[in-house]
Each structure stands twice: as C-alpha cells, then as structure tokens.
Design a protein around this ligand. Structure first.
Ligand SMILES: Cc1cc2nc3c(=O)[nH]c(=O)nc-3n(C[C@H](O)[C@H](O)[C@H](O)COP(=O)(O)OP(=O)(O)OC[C@H]3O[C@@H](n4cnc5c(N)ncnc54)[C@H](O)[C@@H]3O)c2cc1C
Length: 341
C-alpha cells in the first residue's frame, strides 16, 4: 500500500483555530489514485472520513473518530489562452494566496481582491470565498470532483455548483464530493472592483491614481493585515458569522433605530448588514471568556488565546447570537464548518 495512514494524530497544527483534538486516523493524499485508496480503506472499516484542506474554516468540537484525508494534490496548468483571457487549472492542494500571486505575476487579473484568504484552492468553492466585493464564482469556469456516491469523477460547471453568498452545492451536500481541481477563466484586461471597504481611500493615500491588479492586491493585503489577526499569532477562523441579508423594509426599520448601521444594497433588492458592526455595537468587541474571545480590533472574529476548546468558542458564539437576536431581531449564522466526532 502506498498510503501512510497514521493513528491518533493531533489536529492542532492542521486547524487555524488551534483546537487540540485528535484524528483516529490521518492520511495525506497527493493524487486521485491515493484518494480512491484512502476512501476504500475507510469503507472497508465502515469508518467515516473527513476532508481536510488548510483547516482555516473549521471549528472542531471533539476528537474525530474518522479517517481524516488531507488533500495535497499539487499543480497549476495554463490550459489555453488568447488575447483576452487565460484558462488555468489548479489542483486542490495548492495554497490559495500563492495561486492568486502566481496569477498576478502572469499578468492575469480578477482574483486580486481575494488576496491573503487562507486555505487551499480545493476548499475555495465550498463556501464560494469572497472579499471586497468579489466572489470566487465570478471567475470560476468549472470544478472537477470525485463523487463518493457514484464512485466517478465529474466536471461541474459554474452553474451546477449552485454558488450563493458563502454557500454552494458542496457545502449543502457536505462530504459527498471531493474537489480535485478548479478551472479559472481570468481576464488579461483588468476590470477592478474598488468600491468595497477602504480600498479606494487606501490607494488614494498611497497616491496611486491608476492602480494595477497588483496594486489592488497589495492594498487588500495591507488592509487585511491591519484588521484581521494572523492565525499564526492569534488563532482564529476569520469571520465567525455571515453578514445577515434582510429585506429592504426590514433594513429601513433598523436604520430608523440605528442610523449608523452599516449595510450594503444587493443586486436582488435585499440588504446585507455588517455583522461585525452589530456585534461591536452590542458591546462584544474585546470580550474574553477564559481562552475564548472576541478580537479586540474586529468584532466579527472569535479567537483562541491558547487552550480554548471548540465547544468553548461555540458557547461564546451562542451568547453573541442570543444577544443579537434580542437586540435587533436578527439571526446570526455561523460561517465556519462545525465538525464533531
Ligand atoms: C484570518 C482568516 C481570514 C479569512 N478571510 C476570509 C475571507 O475574506 N473570505 C472568505 O470567504 N473566507 C475567509 N476565511 C475562511 C477560509 O479561509 C476559507 O473558507 C477557505 O476557503 C478555507 O479553506 P481551507 O483549505 O482552509 O478549508 P478547510 O478549513 O480545510 O475546510 C473547509 C470545508 O471544506 C471542506 N473541504 C476542504 N477541502 C475540500 C475539497 N478538496 N473537496 C471538498 N471539500 C473540501 C472541508 O471538509 C470543510 O468542510 C478566512 C479565514 C481566516 C483564518
């Protein structure tokens, strides 16, 4: 057997929330053949599996009585290109930010606003990663998956992935499809999206009047580094809650009571509210309970100061959710994947 299956492996180094739980079995796979072998090994033992990428969107609540499969397939290939754009296939185990930087170095654009998002390419479609007004779905052509139900590989078009705000087919039918690679279609003529966050004012402050995609990427990195804790310094999973999306009438009502509420009009007429603003106004910023806390600079980020368990982080999250429900009659949905046993 070519697989190196290990037993009782601590997952602390494999999740950015640094929760210390164990995997009953753990294996790294570098190819479709190894993936098939690992899945067969698990099914012969009637053992559940868990698909692990960079571990930056997980809240692990218990030891996992499963085979954890760490997806490490590598490779970036230009499939075709013309004067307007290039089609690039990227394997699931490639680091997301490194791929974004690679694409910019090739003179390709589109992904600059998604710079510095942790994790791997294979997990990016799972929650349709997004930042600064751009989502993965805006530049994704198709995804190659291994469907565990049929035992076959299948190519899914952008439409078939059913992307939505921090959501997709892969998140809704979690664990069924293993994403093997993603094909992106990236333009050579940049159409920059500068309307979100402080991008425009940051670039103006740098005296950059006509930014390139690389300038935008650098600006995004600088703004993110200032606002978000680096998981290597302070364990976290980025935004802990999704921004609630409400009807225009509901948003208007809230605006009457809270004139400074931060909101973004959506193309479909609904309104997205900044969850971080709601949580900060409710007084949670900087609150610490044992080793679980709300980040001092960004109320949307829950942090682990050292030895917090996934359960303790979730207990803090539940208190915030209850408070937001009571104050604003709004439901905050947890963004990362909560995984137990
Ligand atoms: C500091 C910080 C900032 C962040 N900022 C953002 C942001 O701006 N925008 C944003 O959208 N997200 C953000 N995130 C969340 C996270 O980085 C993304 O969701 C990322 O895509 C997760 O990738 P990962 O490889 O770490 O996935 P993991 O955490 O390993 O896995 C996430 C889920 O995907 C599944 N999965 C993993 N790989 C595969 C695969 N190949 N096939 C099928 N399923 C798979 C897992 O089983 C799990 O359910 C942030 C996180 C941190 C820590």
């Amino acid at each position: 057997m070519s697989l190196n299956i290990q037993e009782q492996v601590s997952l602390r180094p494999y999740n950015t929330l640094a929760v210390d739980v164990r995997a009953r079995f753990f294996v790294a796979v570098n190819s479709l053949e190894q993936l098939r072998e690992a899945l067969l090994w698990a099914s012969q033992r009637e053992m559940a599996v868990f698909l692990l990428g960079g571990g930056s969107n997980l809240v692990l609540t218990t030891d996992l009585e499963r085979l954890v499969i760490h997806l490490q397939l590598q490779g970036i290939e230009i499939l075709s290109e013309d004067a307007a754009c290039a089609r690039i296939e990227v394997q699931a185990g490639e680091n997301w930010h490194a791929f974004v930087q690679w694409s910019l170095a090739q003179g390709l654009s589109g992904l600059e606003n998604l710079s510095l998002i942790p994790g791997n390419v294979g997990a990016a479609p799972v929650q349709n990663i997004g930042a600064y007004g751009v989502e993965l779905k805006d530049h994704l052509e198709s995804v190659l998956v291994f469907d565990r139900q049929t035992g076959q590989t299948q190519r899914l078009s952008n439409e078939q992935c059913q992307f939505a705000y921090r959501d997709s087919l892969f998140k809704r039918e979690s664990g069924r499809r293993v994403i093997l690679s993603v094909i992106f279609k990236l333009p050579k003529q940049a159409v920059l999206q500068l309307d979100y966050g402080h991008l425009r004012s940051y670039l103006a402050g740098q005296r950059i009047a006509q930014p390139t995609p690389l300038d935008v990427s650098r600006a995004v990195c600088a703004i993110r580094a200032e606002k978000l804790p680096d998981p290597k310094q302070l364990a976290n999973v980025g935004s802990f809650f999704k921004n609630p999306v409400v009807s225009a009438e509901h948003a208007e009502q809230l605006q009457k009571t809270y004139p400074n509420i931060v909101s973004f009009a959506q193309a479909d007429g609904q309104v997205k509210l900044a969850a971080g603003w709601l949580i900060e106004q409710a007084g949670w910023k900087g609150v610490r309970q044992g080793d679980a806390g709300v980040h001092a600079k960004q109320a949307l980020v829950l942090v682990n100061y050292g030895a917090a368990s996934g359960q303790q982080i979730l207990e803090l999250a539940a208190q915030i959710q209850a408070d937001i429900r009571q104050r604003y009659a709004l439901e905050l949905e947890i963004e990362p994947n909560v995984i137990g046993s």
